[in-house]
Write a protein that binds this ligand. Structure first.
Ligand SMILES: NC(=O)c1ccc[n+]([C@@H]2O[C@H](COP(=O)([O-])OP(=O)(O)OC[C@H]3O[C@@H](n4cnc5c(N)ncnc54)[C@H](OP(=O)(O)O)[C@@H]3O)[C@@H](O)[C@H]2O)c1
Length: 172
């Protein structure tokens, strides 16, 4: 019998709350300690959900992972191979697509994090704040309408001496 998975968003942000400078920007600016944390979390996840822009930026490292890629280019779903499903969430019930899994990691970017937030699908958020500022760029969440969601802080961990901070929240 399928039960609801735990859905965990994981993101690295700058001090000004940006996840990237633009849609084609890679995450080469995050600390090695954050990368170690991220890879450990992805190793423990049964599936990773990404938007197509993030997939294009990170296609090589994601190739070994089980991925669902959001895109408008399919009507419902299209399986590319065993570990890669293209999915248009407006054409399918995303809860049903994710129901076979215990742990789902939502890896972004903005549009994908926002879809999960707006549809009340998120359970947890790991947020690393890296000690730098972009001054412009993509926000982690960007809703068309106001959306207030309360998070409960469970832990704070300093990852390194330069001051990368890992925050762990659950949605209450
Ligand atoms: N700092 C971090 O932790 C972090 C994490 C992840 C990503 N990023 C960065 O974020 C940037 C990309 O963010 P982004 O907001 O541009 O893109 P994104 O969410 O990665 O991808 C957007 C694309 O995904 C598809 N998509 C997203 N939501 C959809 C929906 N509800 N229905 C159908 N298709 C949907 C669409 O693809 P189609 O165009 O194919 O229709 C859309 O153009 C990159 O620079 C990446 O490096 C940073």
């Amino acid at each position: 019998m399928n039960t609801s998975p735990i859905i965990i968003a994981v993101a690295a942000v700058t001090i000004d709350g940006k996840i990237a400078l633009h849609a084609g920007h890679s995450t080469d600016w995050t600390s090695s300690e954050d990368k170690d944390f991220l890879h450990g979390l992805l190793d423990k996840s049964d599936v990773i959900v990404v938007g197509n822009n993030t997939y294009k930026v990170a296609q090589k490292p994601l190739a070994k992972r089980n991925c669902v890629v959001f895109t408008h280019s399919v009507r419902t779903t299209a399986r590319q191979h065993d570990n890669l499903l293209f999915c248009n969430p407006s054409g399918v019930d995303i809860r049903t697509i994710l129901s076979p899994y215990k742990t789902v990691a939502v890896l972004g970017g903005t549009q994908t994090y926002t879809y999960f937030l707006e549809n009340d699908l998120l359970n947890e958020l790991y947020l690393t704040i890296e000690p730098l500022v972009f001054g412009r760029g993509l926000n982690i969440f960007e809703s068309m309408t106001a959306k207030e969601v309360k998070f409960h802080l469970f832990s704070v961990k300093k990852l390194n001496r330069k001051g990368s901070i890992l925050l762990y929240y659950r949605i209450v």
